[in-house]
Design a binder for this molecule. Structure first.
Ligand SMILES: Nc1nc2c(ncn2[C@@H]2O[C@H](COP(=O)(O)OP(=O)(O)OP(=O)(O)O)[C@@H](O)[C@H]2O)c(=O)[nH]1
Ligand SMILES: [Mg+2]
Length: 228
């Protein structure tokens, strides 16, 4: 008797839309970053800190993923960049199909970079390729230094890890070296950047990383593998 595995077929369907997205992004020369991390880890704040630094030389737009409300999109719209709010209506991650719909509302012929803020969740988004070029994981010190070991897949798939809210390091008791060691146990070469919204200079390396992806837009990269 044949047994259908629903989850696998969902991922396969998503992969088809992700491949279409990736082809479109490559054709238009747009770098796309999938930003993932737990609820409240500081994803939107990181966008608020970095987008103004990109304004002088990079044409950026944002897709905001949430379960409900347009609150994050309103924060991004205040920066005067194109933004579309994607509502999953209960879903704990964005899908490539929803991203496809969002991209249709963006002026893609006028963009260098699309930053996608995924739903606040350190688990579900990891399995769903959106067609992105790169993945950014955000972990705040307020979440605890044990999270890289407990939620390893987020950190495995990420091309860059941001540890945010550095200004709260002392009060949170976060052991930075222990967290970094757990991340490097997964991948010894993984780059980690420590940021604080209270220190504008700390987010500059993240803005520079976004910009560096744009300079390589015409490269052909294979789809990310979750390694799970
Ligand atoms: N002290 C401090 N607070 C921060 C920092 N970054 C973000 N916050 C605060 O943390 C809270 C959550 O930040 P957001 O940027 O909304 O987090 P998010 O990851 O986008 O949240 P979701 O979209 O709900 O998943 C807000 O109150 C921010 O002001 C930081 O570097 N330092
Ligand atoms: Mg947010």
């Amino acid at each position: 008797m044949r047994i259908d595995v629903l989850n696998k077929s969902l991922v396969a369907k998503n992969d088809k839309a992700a491949a279409e997205n990736r082809a479109l992004f490559q054709q238009r020369g747009i770098a796309v970053v999938n930003i993932m991390g737990g609820a409240g880890s500081g994803k939107t704040t990181l966008l608020e800190c970095t987008i103004p630094q990109l304004a002088r030389d990079t044409r950026v737009a944002v897709l905001e993923g949430d379960l409900a409300t347009t609150r994050d999109a309103e924060r991004i719209a205040a920066l005067n960049v194109p933004v579309v709010q994607l509502l999953t209506e209960g879903g704990c991650h964005l899908t490539a199909a929803l991203v496809q719909q969002g991209v249709q509302r963006l002026p893609t012929s006028e963009l260098d970079l699309i930053l996608i803020e995924n739903v606040g969740n350190p688990i579900c988004p990891v399995n769903f390729d959106l067609g992105e070029r790169a993945r950014l994981a955000v972990l705040s010190v307020a979440e605890g230094d044990d999270k890289p070991a407990k939620y390893p897949y987020l950190f495995t798939v990420a091309d860059l890890v941001v540890i945010s809210k550095h200004d709260l390091l002392d009060v949170s008791g976060f052991d930075f070296d222990a967290a970094a060691a757990d991340i490097h146990a997964l991948d010894s070469g993984k780059r980690i950047i420590s940021t604080s919204s209270r220190d504008a200079a700390s987010t500059q390396p993240v803005a520079d990383w976004f910009r560096s992806l744009c300079q390589r837009c015409s490269d052909t990269l294979p789809p990310h593998q979750a390694g799970m």
